[in-house]
Each structure stands twice: as structure tokens, then as C-alpha cells.
Write a protein that binds this ligand. Structure first.
Ligand SMILES: Nc1ncnc2c1ncn2[C@@H]1O[C@H](COP(=O)(O)OP(=O)(O)OP(=O)(O)O)[C@@H](O)[C@H]1O
Ligand SMILES: [Mg+2]
Length: 285
């Protein structure tokens, strides 16, 4: 059974802005998939639909989104069971992931709120084994030493890793991360991506991560789904992503981004691959 199944999903904002156009997507358990595309191409909108945070267009155009076989939305209506389905989905946003005035440990423990009694949840009463679980999760993403700090004191990269730890504690088999490294320096970006890749590899959790940085997408994710103006224009191995595809996605910005000007002159047939060190190499065909 697919971890994520998106069938014929359409989303129109304000009556005319077709943000998602007939999206069909199947992601198997344990995959790590990058969602790429220019600004406004629909990456965040698609992630929010998969998480059941916004409903698609009403009626047949709305299609459906299934997570581990359970509908989180169908025909433009969030499923009555969405809360239950969402327990299996951890969402990491670009920012505002944490409650700033609470400790890092408590933030991670909030991953359990869907599973413990309302009374304990309301008063934030967590038992020792739960705190140990949260500490272990923080340790896995390399920031156990920050457990007692207020969340507001964490660096951007540490905040992202705390959000990943929260998804771990939640037990989410599917992790959706929307531009988790957009505002981070290269060293912090690497730590966040390493943390996602590690839990993907070790726990076989499914990871879908939207990224502006194509080099990170190709380095960390075996599969790339590319959106342009709300439609999937590429879905395949990251090893098969060509400069032409990138140029199609990003236009002139891509030439700068990738240093492709020379390749453009040398004609079609160029290929892109990533070295063992994770560098993007564009070779003339
Ligand atoms: N809540 C909303 N109301 C109206 N329009 C919206 C809303 N959310 C997104 N859109 C529109 O949907 C389209 C896709 O936006 P989205 O945020 O999904 O793009 P994105 O690929 O995530 O871009 P970025 O890389 O800048 O984050 C855009 O035209 C955007 O203006
Ligand atoms: Mg976005």
C-alpha cells in the first residue's frame, strides 16, 4: 500500500488561480522524495493538501489524498477521520514550528498530544518514559543538549531539527517538510537534511521535502517531483534530471544557479549527476 496516494487533485484559489492542476502522485513507504519548482509553483500548497490542512476543489475536481490507504480528504472535503490520519503525518515548516516560550523538550513532547489523554495534554503532564523518548529523539537529530532551553533561544537549524524530533516522537511514518532549509546557512542546511536522510534510512519513514535548492534535492533524494505552475512536469530519478528540465523549471535563474551557460552553448544531451561528495556535475552529452 502506498504511503501517499494523490489522485486527480485540483486546487483553485479565488476562482481563477489554479494552484494545483490534476496532480497524480504515488509515493511508496520509505521513499525520500524532493518536491522542487520555482516560487509559486505549488509546492507548499501540495504539502498542505497532503497533510489535510486545506481542502481541494469541491466535487470530482477535488480528487483525493490517501495516506497509508486512509483518505485524509476527498472531493474537496477533509475526511471526518483526518485527525486520526494526521497522527501518522509529521509536518515540518520553514518557520514557526515551535512554541517559543516552552522548552525544547516540551515542544518535542507536544508530538504526543494526539495520543495521550485530554487531561494530561491540557496540563502538559508527561511521564518519565515519554520524556526519555523525547530526549532520545533530540539526541538522534543531534541537539539533546538544548532540551532545557526555551525554544526561542535555538538557532534556525536547531529549530528545524527540534521539529523533526517532534515528528519522531509523534511516531509519524510520513514526514512532510516544507522548505526546512530555506533560511539556513550551508552548514545548518546540511545538518537538517542529514537528520531527515538518517531517519529515512534507519526507520524507513517516508520523507517528502520541498526544496528551493536543487543541489540539495539531487544530493539527498533519489526521486524528484517537479512542479511548474501547479502541474507535475517531472517525476523520476534525480539522477535523470537534466539541465533542460531545470531550465524549464527555473528559467534564467537556473543558469546562474547551476552555472549552466557553457552547457547551453554546447547543445542538448547534457546530463546532470551528483558525485559521492554530493556536488552537482553537469556533463555535456
Ligand atoms: N491561501 C492562499 N490563498 C490564495 N492563493 C494562494 C494561497 N496559498 C497559495 N496561493 C497561491 O497558490 C500558488 C502556489 O503557491 P505555493 O505557496 O504553493 O507555491 P510554492 O511553490 O510553495 O512557492 P515558494 O517556493 O515561494 O514557497 C501561488 O500562485 C500562490 O499565490
Ligand atoms: Mg512554499
Amino acid at each position: 500500500m502506498a504511503a501517499i496516494q494523490v489522485n486527480r487533485l485540483n486546487k483553485t484559489f479565488g476562482g481563477t488561480n489554479r494552484a494545483l492542476k490534476d496532480i497524480n502522485l504515488t509515493i511508496q513507504p520509505g521513499e525520500m522524495v524532493a518536491l522542487i519548482g520555482a516560487s509559486g509553483s505549488g509546492k507548499s500548497t501540495l504539502i498542505r493538501h497532503i497533510a489535510g490542512l486545506i481542502p481541494a476543489d469541491r466535487g470530482d475536481a477535488g480528487g483525493e489524498v490517501l495516506v497509508h490507504g486512509d483518505a485524509i480528504q476527498a472531493q474537496g472535503r477533509i475526511s471526518p477521520d483526518a485527525r486520526k490520519v494526521r497522527v501518522g503525518i509529521g509536518v515540518v515548516f520553514q518557520q514557526f514550528n515551535l512554541v517559543e516560550r516552552l522548552s525544547v523538550l516540551t515542544n518535542v513532547l507536544t508530538g504526543l498530544l494526539g495520543q495521550i489523554s485530554g487531561f494530561r495534554a491540557f496540563f502538559g503532564l508527561f511521564i518519565k518514559s515519554e520524556k526519555q523518548l523525547a530526549l532520545k529523539a533530540l539526541d538522534r537529530v543531534g541537539i539533546a543538549h538544548t532540551a532545557g532551553q526555551r525554544a526561542s533561544t535555538l538557532s534556525g537549524g536547531q529549530q528545524q531539527r527540534a521539529a523533526i524530533a517532534r515528528a519522531l516522537v509523534q511516531g509519524a511514518a510520513v514526514i512532510l517538510a516544507d522548505e526546512p532549509i530555506a533560511s539556513l546557512d550551508p552548514a545548518s542546511s546540511k545538518r537538517v537534511m542529514d537528520a531527515l536522510a538518517q531517519i529515512n534510512a534507519e526507520d524507513a519513514r517516508t520523507v517528502v521535502v520541498s526544496l528551493h535548492q536543487v543541489d540539495y534535492a539531487l544530493k539527498y533524494c533519489p526521486r524528484v517531483v517537479a512542479l511548474r505552475a501547479g502541474a507535475v512536469v517531472y517525476d523520476g530519478a534525480s539522477a535523470d534530471v537534466t539541465p533542460d528540465i531545470l531550465r524549464d523549471l527555473y528559467g534564467d535563474e537556473c543558469e546562474e544557479l547551476m552555472g549552466l551557460e557553457d552547457q547551453a552553448a554546447s547543445g542538448a544531451g547534457a546530463t546532470t549527476h551528483v558525485t559521492a561528495d554530493g556536488d552537482l556535475v553537469v556533463a555535456a552529452g
